[in-house]
Design a protein around this ligand. Structure first.
Ligand SMILES: CC(C)(COP(=O)(O)OP(=O)(O)OC[C@H]1O[C@@H](n2cnc3c(N)ncnc32)[C@H](O)[C@@H]1OP(=O)(O)O)[C@@H](O)C(=O)NCCC(=O)NCCS
Length: 171
């Protein structure tokens, strides 16, 4: 399997069908969805649909969210990376959104920030992605912290799917 990015503690690669259990652990957790405005999945049978949704991004746009693997355990810990946004969000369209979502037992270790920085380096220098933006629910301080630590600058707030969000410009 092709490794896209390797950091000190993580491997970042494509999401694959074999990620079914990790994806279920991630997408069924209510805490993960606290600020996302959608519902966690309830059964393992729904997990392949989440994987296919991401893999369709690779086919449609040549890029999509990637799996984060903890090197020490080889565990799937969440997803990160870029999604091509081809619908208007806060007046912007056709841009690359940097995002991340991790299983809660992996929070508080610096993994999301480590991954975000590595994705930006790879996205800018290897893939030449432009423009790159980020968004987070304005109440989601953990997510906003990751964006700031990765080099984004907070900008205006805007409503997105009925939730107040903060827009982040990259540099
Ligand atoms: C957003 C999310 C990924 C952030 O996770 P996180 O664990 O807070 O972020 P990081 O992995 O970068 O870890 C940062 C924390 O690890 C701590 N940390 C511990 N060891 C560390 C190390 N070796 N290096 C760096 N930071 C370390 C930092 O101090 C920081 O904690 P603090 O904020 O209390 O100071 C996580 O909350 C999540 O998955 N939420 C659900 C999905 C979601 O909301 N996604 C964003 C949608 S916009």
């Amino acid at each position: 399997m092709e490794i896209l990015i390797e950091t000190e503690r993580l491997v970042i690669r494509e999401v694959i069908p074999e990620d079914i259990d990790g994806m279920f652990e991630l997408e069924s957790d209510a805490l993960v969805h606290q600020y996302l405005g959608n519902q966690p999945i309830k059964t393992r049978e729904e997990s392949p649909g989440r994987i296919e949704f991401i893999r369709l991004q690779y086919i449609d746009h040549g890029i999509g969210r990637w799996a984060m693997i903890e090197k020490e355990t080889n565990n799937f810990i969440g997803w990160t990376g870029f999604k091509f946004i081809n619908e208007t969000v806060n007046g912007h369209i056709n841009y690359y959104d940097l995002g991340y979502r991790m299983i809660p037992k992996y929070w508080g270790k610096g993994y999301a920030t480590e991954a975000a920085k590595a994705c930006l380096d790879y996205g800018i220098n290897q893939l030449k992605l432009n423009p790159i933006y980020g968004i987070a629910a304005d109440d989601n301080s953990s997510s906003k912290n990751v964006l700031v630590k990765a080099g984004f600058t907070p900008a205006e707030t805007f409503m997105h799917h009925g939730i107040l969000h903060r827009w982040f410009n990259f540099q």
